[in-house]
Design a protein around this ligand. Structure first.
Ligand SMILES: Nc1nc2c(ncn2[C@@H]2O[C@H](COP(=O)(O)OP(=O)(O)OP(=O)(O)O)[C@@H](O)[C@H]2O)c(=O)[nH]1
Ligand SMILES: [Mg+2]
Length: 664
C-alpha cells in the first residue's frame, strides 16, 4: 500500500481511468497488481492462478485509477472460461489502457498476444517482466528497439524485486495505441473488405458491446472465435461472408508450424478453422523476438557446461514419479507430525481450563441449558484446535510450497498418467489437488479446463470424493474416538473417486486433450506461502470454528432433549440395510450443509467400531456442502448441480449397503 500511494506523476491529465493488466498465464500480472494497488491477489507458480477479475486502486497524486488483474490468456481467442473473461473485458470496452505483461524469458510466445492487443486500438504499455530469468539464461533484450518496433513504451522490470516498477508507473501516462502489424497483401485485402461489410451490417461497431476497432473485429471474425457466435446469430449474412472469405484465403490450412503443437492457437480444431493471420502473427512475433534478443555466448557456454539442470531431471516420467512419491510421503509425515504435536500441546494447554469448565457445569442442574452449554463448549473447542487447525494449516502451507516451487503442475503431469483413463485433460489434476485444501476455490479453478465435460466430471469428483482439509482432519479425529478402520474409509474414497471418474468419463465421451504448461522451478518465497496460508486459514476462524462450536451446542441440546429420537424409528430398516442406526442419517444429511460438521453428529452416538466405520465412510463420500453447491449452480448450472447432489446421496447410500455386506 505504501508503494501504491507514493508514486509520483508527471502529467495527471493524461492518466487513464481504468487499466487492465493483461498477459499470458504465469508471467507475473498478479505480482504487479499487488505492488501497484496493495491488493492481495494470489500469486503462484503455475498457469491459471487467477481465474476471476480482481480490481484494485492505484493512487497517483490525487487521481485514483481502477486497475483490473485479469486471468492469464495465451491469445485473444480463448478455449477456457477463465481466458474468456479477459477477452470480454477487452472487447466490451471500458479499458483505457492495457499494461501487457510479458515474460522476457519467453518472448516470442508472449509477443503473439501483444500483436493481437495492438489491433484493439487501446493504448498499451508493455511491462517486460522476469528480466532476471532472461539474464540468467543468457538473454539480453533490447527494450528500446522493441519499443520502436511496437510503437508503445516497453519497460523492463523484475516484479518480484520491485525493480522497474516506478518506471512502469511513469510510463502509464505515455501509453499509446501502437503500430498494428501488417499481414500479407492478400490477407490485408480480405480484412479491409470485411471491415467495409461490417460497417454496413453492424449498425454501430463502436457500440456498447463492441467498442474495439473494426479492424480487430474483422480479424476476430476471420479467426472465428466462439464469442463471435452471438454476432453471427445476430447478423447471419456476416457468417456466410466470413466463411466464403475464409475459403478464399485458404483457411483450414495446415497450421503445424504455428502454435498448434502448443494448443494455444485458436485454429487448432475443426470448429475453429485456421486463418492465415494466426500463422503470420506467429511468424512476426518470432521475427520481432529474434530482432530484439541477443544471446550472450557466456550464458550459452555456461548452459552447455553445466549439463542437465534439475528441471531437466525432474521433467522426465521417472523424475515426475519420484517427485510425486516423495511429496506424498513427506506431506503425510509432516501432517502426522504437526497433528501429533498439536494434540499434545493443546491437551496440556487446555486441561486446567477444561477441568474448571467441567466443575462449573456440575453446579447446574442436569439437563439445564447452561450445564449443556458448558459441557458442549469444550468439545466444540478441543477438536477444532487440536485436530482441525493443525491439519488445515499444514495442508495449506504444503500446498503453498507446491504452488510456488512449480511442483504442483509437475505432480499433475505424473498423476495425469493415472487419471487419463477417465479421459480428463492434464489441467484437471490441479483443481483436484487444490480441493484437498478447500473445495470451493477448487470448483472455481475448474474454469481453466478446456471443455464443459471435463469441468462437470472434475466438479463432480470434487463434490463427492475429495475431502477438504477440514473434513480430512475431523474424519481422522473422530475416527480415533471410535477406533474406525481408516483404511476402509480412505479405500472407499479412492474407489468412489476412481469409479465415478471412469464411469462419468465413459458416459460423457470426449477427447481429453493433455495440455498443461509446466512453469520453471522457483525458490518458494516463505512470505508468499505464509501470506496465502494465512488468508486461507481465515476460513478456519470465520467459518469452521464458529460452525463447529455452534453445531456442537445445538446437537447436544437436540440429543439430550430427545428431539432426534424420531430418527431412531428408522433403526430397524437402516440396521438391516446399512448396518447403522437411524441417527447416522442425520450425519449424512448434515453433509449438505458442511461435510466437516457431519462427524460431529456421530460423536453424539454410541457407535461400535464397525458401525462407525460404515457411518464415517458414508459421510466421507456424501453430498457437496452448501458453499460448494452454490458455486456448482453458478459454474455448471442448476441441473448439473442437482445431478451431482443426487448422485452423491446415492453413492453414499450405496457405500453403506456394500460395506454392510462386506465388513465382518
Ligand atoms: N524470477 C522472477 N519471477 C517472477 C517475476 N515476476 C513474477 N514471478 C513469479 O512468477 C510466478 C507467477 O506470478 P503471478 O503473478 O502469479 O503470475 P500471473 O501472470 O498473475 O499468473 P496467472 O494468474 O496464472 O495468469 C510467481 O511464482 C512469481 O513469483 C520476476 O520478475 N522474476
Ligand atoms: Mg494472476
Amino acid at each position: 500500500m505504501e508503494l501504491a500511494t507514493s508514486y509520483g506523476v508527471a502529467n495527471p491529465a493524461r492518466l487513464p481511468r481504468t487499466i487492465a493488466l493483461v498477459g499470458q498465464p504465469n508471467v507475473g500480472k498478479s505480482v504487479i497488481m499487488n505492488a501497484l494497488t496493495g491488493t492481495r491477489a494470489f500469486v503462484s507458480n503455475y498457469p491459471g492462478t487467477t481465474v476471476e477479475l480482481t480490481e484494485g486502486t492505484l493512487v497517483l497524486g490525487n487521481k485514483r485509477i481502477k486497475v483490473i488483474d485479469t486471468p492469464g490468456t495465451y491469445s485473444l481467442h480463448s478455449d477456457t472460461e477463465d481466458q474468456r473473461v479477459t477477452q470480454r473485458v477487452l472487447l466490451e470496452g471500458g479499458v483505457d489502457l492495457i499494461i501487457n505483461v510479458i515474460d522476457a524469458a519467453n518472448l516470442a510466445r508472449n509477443l503473439y498476444l501483444t500483436l493481437q492487443l495492438l489491433d484493439l486500438g487501446i493504448p498499451l504499455v508493455v511491462a517486460l517482466n522476469q528480466v532476471d530469468r532472461a539474464k540468467a539464461a543468457g538473454l539480453e533484450i533490447d527494450a528500446k528497439k522493441l519499443e520502436d518496433i511496437l510503437g508503445v513504451p516497453v519497460v523492463p522490470i523484475v516484479a518480484t524485486k520491485g525493480e522497474g516498477l516506478r518506471e512502469l508507473v511513469s510510463a502509464i501516462g505515455r501509453g499509446r495505441v501502437g503500430k498494428p502489424i501488417r499481414f500479407s497483401d492478400q490477407v490485408e485485402e480480405v480484412i479491409a473488405h470485411l471491415e467495409r461489410e461490417i460497417a454496413k451490417v453492424v449498425p454501430e461497431v463502436r457500440g456498447r458491446r463492441r467498442s474495439h476497432a473494426s479492424r480487430a473485429l474483422a480479424i476476430h471474425l476471420m479467426e472465428h472465435d466462439r464469442v463471435d457466435e452471438d454476432l453471427f446469430d445476430l447478423y447471419p449474412e456476416l457468417r456466410t461472408l466470413v466463411e466464403s472469405l475464409q475459403r478464399q484465403v485458404g483457411a483450414g490450412a495446415a497450421c503445424s508450424r504455428c502454435y498448434r503443437s502448443c494448443a494455444f492457437c485458436p485454429a487448432r480444431d475443426e470448429e475453429h478453422p485456421s486463418f492465415p493471420t494466426c500463422l503470420e502473427r506467429t511468424v512476426q512475433a518470432r521475427a520481432i523476438a529474434s530482432q530484439v534478443t541477443s544471446v550472450r555466448a557466456s550464458g550459452l557456454m555456461r548452459g552447455a557446461l553445466r549439463g542437465p539442470t534439475l528441471e531437466d531431471l525432474l521433467d522426465t516420467p521417472a523424475g515426475g514419479l519420484v517427485i510425486t512419491a516423495l511429496t506424498a510421503y513427506f506431506s503425510y509425515k509432516v501432517i502426522v507430525f504437526v497433528m501429533d504435536l498439536f494434540e499434545r500441546l493443546v491437551a496440556v494447554a487446555t486441561s486446567p481450563l477444561l477441568e474448571w469448565i467441567t466443575s462449573l457445569a456440575a453446579r447446574f442442574p442436569e439437563g439445564s441449558f447452561a450445564g449443556l452449554l458448558l459441557t458442549s463448549l469444550p468439545e466444540g473447542l478441543v477438536l477444532p484446535f487440536s485436530v482441525v487447525f493443525p491439519a488445515m494449516f499444514t495442508i495449506y502451507m504444503l500446498m503453498g510450497f507446491l504452488e510456488d516451487t512449480g511442483l504442483l503442475p509437475r505432480i499433475a503431469v505424473t498423476v495425469h498418467r493415472v487419471t487419463s483413463f477417465m479421459g480428463l485433460p492434464g489441467q484437471a489434476v490441479v483443481p483436484l489437488i487444490l480441493g484437498f485444501g478447500c473445495r470451493a476455490p477448487a470448483v472455481l479453478a475448474t474454469r481453466s479446463l478446456p471443455d464443459k465435460r471435463s469441468r462437470l466430471i472434475v466438479a463432480t469428483l470434487l463434490s463427492m470424493a475429495v475431502p477438504c482439509a477440514a473434513s480430512l482432519a475431523i474424519i481422522t479425529g473422530v475416527s480415533e474416538v471410535f477406533k474406525v478402520n481408516l483404511l476402509v474409509v480412505y479405500g472407499v474414497v479412492a474407489a468412489v473417486f476412481t469409479g465415478t471418474g471412469v464411469i462419468l468419463g465413459r458416459l460423457f465421451q470426449g477427447e481429453g486433450e493433455f495440455v498443461l504448461e509446466v512453469p520453471p522451478l522457483r525458490w518458494p518465497s516463505f512470505s508468499n506461502v505464509w501470506r496465502k496460508s494465512r488468508v486461507r486459514m481465515s476460513g478456519f476462524f470465520l467459518h469452521v470454528l464458529p460452525l463447529l462450536m455452534g453445531v456442537s451446542v445445538i446437537l447436544r441440546y437436540l440429543v439430550s432433549g430427545g428431539y432426534l429420537n424420531f430418527l431412531s424409528a428408522l433403526g430397524p430398516v437402516t440396521t438391516r440395510l446399512f448396518g447403522v442406526r437411524g441417527e447416522v442419517f442425520a450425519a449424512v444429511a448434515m453433509t449438505v450443509v458442511q461435510r466437516y460438521l457431519a462427524p460431529m453428529v456421530l460423536l453424539n452416538l454410541p457407535l461400535s467400531p464397525r458401525e462407525a466405520t460404515i457411518a464415517v465412510s458414508m459421510v466421507s463420500v456424501s453430498m457437496p456442502c452448501t458453499p460448494v453447491l452454490a458455486l456448482l449452480v453458478k459454474e455448471v448450472g442448476w441441473r448439473s448441480a442437482i445431478f451431482i447432489l443426487l448422485l452423491a446421496l446415492g453413492v453414499s447410500l450405496g457405500v453403506g449397503l456394500a460395506l454392510n455386506v462386506v465388513l465382518p
